[in-house]
Design a protein around this ligand. Structure first.
Ligand SMILES: Nc1ncnc2c1ncn2[C@@H]1O[C@H](COP(=O)(O)OP(=O)(O)OP(=O)(O)O)[C@@H](O)[C@H]1O
Length: 236
């Protein structure tokens, strides 16, 4: 199992007491599959992504990324794990205004010490994979919202992550562009064998997912699943 969240509980300070954001949550995401997490605002979806990304340490439970139990890692080891194994796509692309699309990707991989000469080639290959081969030398203001989100996704894949965590990637896009970004995430998940978790409010996307889980008041329940590649969703 590429991503395993096992019995995770996370609380935040809340005045005199504590607020339970995640309540014994369990999530298993195999390589090459995509799991959607849906649920109302404040139910704990972002908290789950933060825990899976090792950005937040849970009160109890286990998070295993690509076979590594993250509880055993030092802060430096966790940050290395994030760089090498985890790709994160936030709602807003947060691209650097002065850099071209290719440079956004190259900077990311340069930080993890990859050889510079291969970076440009890899950046161009990934921009091609997200349909932006002809935009490699454009800066963010020269790109549409959908194109910026594609650069964002390509950047998250630069270090060949085993786990891809995606938070509402289509919320700033119209329906058609949102559907195209979703198609892209499904294709990349299959081709690059990532264990992908997608937080979404958009129920129109759910039929494209391998599994859908619903978060309600910090509790995660699995709604439906299907085998990768099949078109129908059997009863859960
Ligand atoms: N840093 C924090 N400190 C205290 N409480 C927090 C913190 N972050 C989140 N919470 C609380 O934890 C609960 C879960 O929040 P979370 O952001 O995970 O929900 P969400 O499902 O992602 O919401 P949304 O869909 O609105 O983004 C909420 O009640 C929220 O107010």
């Amino acid at each position: 199992m590429t991503l395993l969240v096992h019995d995770v509980t996370l609380t935040y300070p809340d005045g005199e007491s504590r607020l339970t954001a995640l309540d014994r949550v369990r999530l298993e995401v195999p390589a090459g599959t995509l799991t959607a997490v849906i649920g109302p605002s404040g139910s704990g979806k972002s908290s789950l992504l933060a825990v899976a990304a090792t950005l937040v340490t849970p009160d109890s439970g286990q998070v295993v990324v690509a076979g590594q139990d993250t509880a055993r890692l030092s802060a430096a080891e966790k940050s290395a794990l994030r760089r090498e194994k985890i790709g994160i796509v936030f709602q807003q692309p947060n691209l650097l205004a002065s850099l071209t699309a290719a440079e956004q990707l190259q900077v990311m991989a340069h930080l993890s010490g990859r050889p510079a000469r291969t970076l440009r080639r890899r950046a161009l290959e990934l921009l091609d994979a997200v349909g932006l081969a002809d935009k490699a030398d454009k800066r963010p203001h020269q790109l549409s919202g959908g194109q910026r989100q594609r650069v964002n996704i390509a950047r998250a894949l630069m270090n060949e992550p085993a786990v891809l965590l995606v938070d509402e990637p289509t919320s700033a896009l119209d329906h058609e562009r949102g559907a195209a970004v979703l198609d892209l995430l499904v294709t990349l998940t299959r081709e690059r064998s990532t264990a992908t978790v997608l937080v979404t409010h958009d129920h129109a996307h759910l039929e494209r997912m391998d599994r859908t889980s619903t978060m309600t008041d910090g509790r995660l329940t699995r709604a439906a699943s299907r085998e990768p590649g099949s078109e129908t969703v059997p009863a859960a």
